[in-house]
Design a protein around this ligand. Structure first.
Ligand code: AMP
Length: 174
């Protein structure tokens, strides 16, 4: 937990049974609409690895909103990891299970320089499948994952267990 945790926590809205029955969806749009809370999130996500990151990866779609300003703030490039079929050039792809459903993500094969140090950013760490697949994509593309930073971790889903050996940082844990 961090110094801005309470502010951040207060701006995340729980929406029951979205996108399907039984899921408690963590809606970050109230946070994004509050300049103070949004700025605190970007500042805190950027503190980690700020001196040693070449690229910041954002995971479609909410991860983009956080990762792009973190990349700018950190003096790093931004790389999108997208759902299958959205990237125009040659890609690597990974499939995985979600808390609700399954998905395939892709990254451009030439997104990284060899040995690039990469920070992965997303909004929510749930089961860890998305982050695990993204870390694998980064490695397959020849770069090094130096950490995974998320706004919110759903600790009861044990996502960290799927990310052994990786530095996982969460601004808020529930
Ligand atoms: P997972 O692969 O299970 O860790 O799921 C992480 C991805 O799914 C993130 O990109 C989140 O945006 C989204 N996600 C999963 N569960 C939730 C939830 N309860 N509320 C909001 N987003 C979620």
């Amino acid at each position: 937990m961090t110094k801005a945790s309470e502010l951040i926590r207060s701006r995340i809205r729980d929406v029951a049974d979205y996108p399907k029955t039984g899921v408690l969806f963590k809606d970050i749009t109230p946070l994004l609409g509050d300049h103070t809370a949004f700025a605190a999130v970007i500042d805190e996500l950027s503190e980690v690895h700020a001196n040693g990151v070449d690229k910041v990866v954002g995971i479609e779609a909410r991860g983009f909103i956080l990762a792009a300003p973190v990349a700018y703030h950190s003096g790093a490039g931004f790389v999108p990891v997208r759902k299958k079929g959205k990237l125009p050039a040659a890609t690597f792809e990974e499939s995985y299970d979600l808390e609700y459903g399954s998905a395939t993500v892709e990254v451009h094969q030439d997104a990284f320089a060899p040995g690039d140090r990469v920070l992965i950013v997303d909004d929510v760490l749930a089961t860890g499948g998305t982050a695990q697949a993204t870390a694998e994509l980064v490695r397959r593309a020849g770069a090094e994952v130096v950490g995974i930073s998320v706004l919110l971790e759903l600790s009861f889903l044990n996502g960290r267990e799927r990310l052994p050996g990786l530095l996982v940082r969460s601004l808020v844990v529930v």
